[in-house]
Ligand binder design. Structure first.
Ligand code: ADP
Length: 627
């Protein structure tokens, strides 16, 4: 759970977790922080150049008024101010570009984690919940890793600002009021100077402390704001989602959407956030403003008194007032930044709760032999499996063996364990009992990536991307055009390809490209099959990608696929038996158990068997053509 009270978080933990996050994210954004550091330095120090030179000009004007000193000073002031403004402007542009780059690249850390974490963990409810918390925190004013960029820039700016201000302020305390000034010489007394510094420090510290109270108020609302954002995410754009347009009209769903949107008052007038702004958060903000105004007043009194008593010229008044107020501003910025960092700790902790999920699946190192003859043998040896967190076995004591190059069908009713069987075969999960062997070796001993490469799977819920057709099939922006076309032809997409306005360069869907084409479910499925064929893996698995089609169309696709799979091992999963009757071997699953195996005719011969029972139950759907 997220730590609720940011007060309990120590400074040490604040810096530890942020520097860890900084090190981790920096790898994804090379060059980003260098430019930002340079901008922080130049923008923090350049005002001091102008303050210093202006003070010299005023002192000269109020004193000797030498033209030969004034002119170079004026030129230097104008020139350096202009140059520094130009440099700051250029660096600001670069920094803004870097901030944009950062806001995209920082997410790669989560994408990489998703790609490399054990598949079983992706499925867990805690993982989903943590990931959605991270997303919602980021959406809500960027809490989490999103804040690092601003912290880095602000912290460095405050450090350089403090250094510059100290350099220009030291002489304020060192230059004494002349003895002739009478009672005002008290300003020279070390105790007075100490008291003045303490008052400055207190006032400087109090302002940002008040602002940090405002941040604490915001953080305390995180839970409600997350819920508000969740509602907004789920219902806010419902009516603009074209894939829902029909349902929304048919069932008047915008009424429900509005009900939910209006039921949450977190961000609305009179809601929690506005009450905070009108109440404690507003009061703390006002207090911070008053303290900062009071501080400027105290500085003016001290500096003007010293100048009046003759400690330094009138020009130095502007220098000291400018430098001391800048010192206080930069100390405030530092305290505020640290305060915001403290507030951000629970959000970074949430990010690390996700990023630190350990990979517990054993990673072997054997390479799968790239056999020209594609002669592999797969064996399930007494395999039992249940999903993480589930008490029910999804597969129980499964024993089977099959040769590559054959056509294997996995059939059974919904929920009988067919997909689970494939997920284990592809090592998305490891079985709790038994072993899966490839050419006699436990699949856990193979290099995971290498092992995955021998499979091309078209899952039930395959996804295509809003990018050109060719890139979708190849899974890459650069590809072999002829091979992609062949894969599409083999998958039965040929006639539709001829009508695509820009051939392989035609965008699918309209998300990115207005001229993108919408493809039907059946066409999308053919593209997904072409993608699997293009991968040219020795195993090709179709896991009911045809569920949306009628039994006859499905049977046609499967029998055509039988031709194009060539020497590959093809595994078909279906709860429709007619689609798979041409296979060399059929596995029949029932409630997680492999109850029968054999060819269509062998299985049909066993009249008391599950296969025969399913066949008879389904036969009514098929015409002679399909059966
Ligand atoms: P089929 O592919 O034959 O329809 P599945 O292999 O998808 O069946 O499911 C087998 C059993 O495992 C079912 O009882 C199902 O509810 C369960 N199951 C599937 N996926 C999960 C999961 N991610 N977590 C828990 N149980 C699951």
């Amino acid at each position: 759970m997220m730590t609720k009270k940011s007060e309990k978080i120590t400074l040490r933990e604040t810096f530890r977790i942020h520097s860890r996050a900084f090190r981790d994210v920096r790898k994804y954004c090379p060059g980003t922080f260098g430019i930002t550091a340079l901008h922080s330095m130049v923008s923090a120090l350049s005002p001091y150049v102008t303050i210093y030179l202006s003070a010299r000009i005023i002192n000269e004007l109020a004193g000797p008024r030498r033209a030969e000193v004034l002119w170079p000073l004026v030129l230097l002031t104008v020139g350096s101010t202009a140059l520094l403004a130009l440099l700051t402007g250029i660096l600001f542009r670069c920094k803004s570009a870097m901030a944009a780059k950062y806001s995209v690249r920082k997410n790669y850390i989560f994408a990489d984690k998703m790609m490399t974490m054990d598949y079983g963990d992706i499925d867990k409810t805690e993982t989903h919940d943590t990931m959605s918390q991270i997303k919602q925190n980021e959406q809500w004013t960027g809490w989490g890793l999103g804040k690092l960029f601003a912290f880095f820039a602000d912290f460095l700016q405050s450090v350089f600002g403090i250094l510059g201000a100290v350099a220009l302020t030291v002489s304020l305390f060192v230059m004494p009021v002349p003895e002739t000034a009478g009672a005002i010489t008290i300003l020279n007394h070390p105790v007075f100077i100490l008291v003045f510094v303490v008052v400055l420090a207190l006032a400087t510290g109090l302002g940002p402390m008040c602002k940090n109270k405002v941040i604490a108020c915001e953080v305390a609302c995180a839970e409600d704001a997350r819920f508000g954002n969740r509602l907004f995410g789920a219902f806010g754009f419902l009516s603009t989602d074209h894939s829902r347009a029909l349902d929304i009209r048919m069932y008047n769903q915008q009424v429900i959407a509005r009900h939910y949107m209006e039921s949450d008052k977190t961000f609305s007038v009179g809601g929690k956030m506005s009450k905070l702004a009108a109440g404690p958060a507003g009061a703390w903000t006002a207090a911070s403003g008053c303290i900062s105004a009071g501080l400027t007043g105290i500085v003016y009194v001290f500096v003007c008194l010293k100048a009046w008593a003759g400690a330094f010229g009138v020009g130095s008044v502007t220098q000291y007032v400018g430098a001391v107020t800048a010192l206080s501003r930069n100390i405030s910025l530092m305290i505020e930044t640290i305060g915001t960092m403290k507030g951000n700790v629970p959000f970074v902790q949430t990010a690390y709760r996700f990023l630190d999920i350990p990979n517990t699946m054993y990673q072997g190192s054997l390479t799968t032999e790239k056999r020209a003859d594609r002669n592999y043998e797969v064996e399930f040896r007494d395999v039992s499996f249940r999903y993480p967190g589930s008490s029910q076995w999804s597969l129980r004591h499964v024993n089977m063996k099959f040769q590559i190059g054959k056509r294997l069908a996995v059939v059974g009713e919904n929920g009988s364990g067919k997909t689970t069987f494939i997920k284990l075969l592809c090592r998305l999960y490891d079985p709790q009992e038994g072993q899966i062997l490839l050419n006699g070796i436990d699949i856990r001993k193979y290099n995971y990536r290498d092992y995955m490469d021998i499979f091309s799977v078209v899952f039930q819920d395959f996804q295509l991307l809003s990018q050109p057709l060719g890139a979708n099939v190849a899974g890459s922006m650069t590809y072999d055009k002829e091979r992609v076309e062949k894969a599409l032809l083999d998958a039965g997409f040929g006639p539709r390809l001829d009508t695509m306005p820009q051939g392989l360069d035609t965008y699918l869907y309209k998300d990115l490209e207005e001229s993108g084409v919408e493809v039907s479910g059946g066409e999308a499925q053919k593209i997904a099959i072409a993608r699997a064929l293009y991968k040219d893996a020795p195993f090709i698995i179709l896991d009911e990608p045809t569920a949306a089609l009628d039994p006859i169309a499905e049977a046609e696709i499967y029998s055509k696929f039988n031709e194009i799979a060539g020497d590959k091992t093809a595994v078909y999963i279906s709860h429709r038996l007619s689609s798979c009757k041409f296979c060399d071997e059929i596995l029949v699953f029932q409630e997680g158990t492999l109850v029968q195996k054999g060819t269509h005719s062998q299985l049909l011969a066993d009249e008391s068997g599950k296969y025969c029972q399913l066949w008879n139950a389904q036969a009514q759907y098929y015409t002679n053509k399909a059966v």
